[in-house]
Ligand binder design. Sequence first.
Ligand SMILES: Cc1cc2nc3c(=O)[nH]c(=O)nc-3n(C[C@H](O)[C@H](O)[C@H](O)COP(=O)(O)OP(=O)(O)OC[C@H]3O[C@@H](n4cnc5c(N)ncnc54)[C@H](O)[C@@H]3O)c2cc1C
Length: 555
Amino acid sequence: MGNSSSKPFVSDPTTFATPKTTSTPHAGDLEPNWKSYDYVIVGGGTAGCVLASRLSENPDVTVLVIEAGARNDDVLFSRIPLAFSRMFRGPYDWQYKTTPQKSLQGRSVYWPRGKLLGGSSSINAMVYHHCAPEDFDDWVRQGALGWGYETMRKYFNKAERYIPHSRHDLDASLHGTSGPWITSHLPCAPISDKILEACDEVGISQIKDFNTSEGTLGASKFVAFVDEKHERSSAATAYLDKEVLKRPNLTVVLSVVTEKVLFSSDADGMPRAVGVQVSTSKSGPSFVVGANKEVILCAGSIASPQLLMISGVGPAGHLSKFDIPIVCDLPAVGQNLMDHFSAGSMAIRAKPGVTWDEYRSNPIRAVLALIQWLIFRTGPMCSLGSQIGMFVRSDDHQLHFNQAGSAALPTIDMTSGKGAPDIELLACPFTVINSGLTRPPRGTSGITAVSYQTTSIYGLMVLIFYLIKGAILLKPCSKGKIELQSSSIWDHPLIDANYLSHQSDVNMMIKATRLLLRIARTKSLSSWLDVKNSTEPTGDFFWPGDADPDTVGIL
Ligand SMILES: Cc1cc2nc3c(=O)[nH]c(=O)nc-3n(C[C@H](O)[C@H](O)[C@H](O)COP(=O)(O)OP(=O)(O)OC[C@H]3O[C@@H](n4cnc5c(N)ncnc54)[C@H](O)[C@@H]3O)c2cc1C
């Protein structure tokens, strides 16, 4: 039966798994000689950490978590709130890319995903906000009984420990007080308050808190996943803390990749997952480890369908192209992929000194800010990148793009109800270029809006403002798919997001872009900005000041 380890982490497969021999079947019964655990969790990311922690509360079961990446607590940039994008395209990122996208003139889009304990919760933007209550209630309407908002809210609160912040007067009684996942507010740049005032001016009302039964429509400062020391609170720090890791019935494996799930057949012919095959490298030996009760796939939205297909569960026609023996013909695996499409970073030039660009573009200021965070846990490094969120509906008649004078842009209502948004705008008080990997030129400042594929909007190639703002489609009509490019887990799958394949998504993104430009032109904000007309030399990554919020579209 169970094989437990007293060490917090394990990376040598011989300690928890059995060498695979040529006679190890692809699909067979759980072999009696295999090392085994009651629960084998594939992926130590957000879902995997929570499940490992909760399942191992029962001392009578053994739990094994297999994570492909490294430990999280050693990674400084994972701990510092403002530094999260420094982990992109590095060893803690799977660095996925979509296939060339037709609607984006053949460009591929970079998709970061966390490859370390805590998964994407260890590299993400640390924003804590619930979906609209209608979104959960819609799940119930579709058959997911018990997943409605009022039920879920109890679990959200159980998971959360909110630390009240003197400068934010939200109703703390609506938040959790004793959960493992710590949330609070972080300091914001002065321009963030101006952005909120600008939202009021364009008809987006300010709300105190996105995380209540009142819903998410409106604009507010985000609550962050952050602890009292102004460090990231991730699924790993929250659910796999030192005390949990000491449990003798929990084994956490790092730097080991699950290559496939192994199946046997029950007496009634139904496939049953009996274990997994793992390895530390593409050319290295493989090992097998059994699951007495369940294999739980938590490898994320890209690797989970990939693993299923490699293991023989997926569309039979597609799997047969790679000679993968079919365990179960499930045509939906890998299909209906929906991404929150974003037109990329839209940068608007700001006046010098009102943003936080200097902490990113000036190495001396950056080092000083880093030292300030390391010693005192204060300063700009302990703030969120996306400080302001704006959630709106594309059919809101208060917003200018639906009023006379603005060209009509028909969109399909894909939302779960009238209280649910379909556009999200984010604002950052600095310039973002190349997902934050390229330093903006010294002496420039801007705000940025998150809007991932801006290149097709307004025909500009790069759009970056010293105020970073962006637009995200929350309910796209376009659907894509994930397919295999080989039968090996060591090759990335083919991710076809099929962005903007539906005119409604195109129109929605134009509306979002127009709204951002309208916000930039408000009285409250425009005096802090430094917009210039398009007579500026080409190649400028800032939006031109003469981009008209009523007519801007796609060339
Ligand atoms: C850049 C970025 C910013 C984001 N910002 C926010 C935000 O601000 N707020 C928010 O709420 N959400 C945000 N998200 C989304 C959120 O982080 C994810 O929805 C969530 O982490 C997904 O959890 P998961 O458990 O499904 O997958 P993940 O957390 O990604 O975990 C999957 C784990 O499986 C491991 N794995 C994969 N394949 C294998 C294999 N073959 N063998 C072993 N291990 C494997 C991975 O290494 C990873 O650790 C962001 C995501 C990203 C990428």
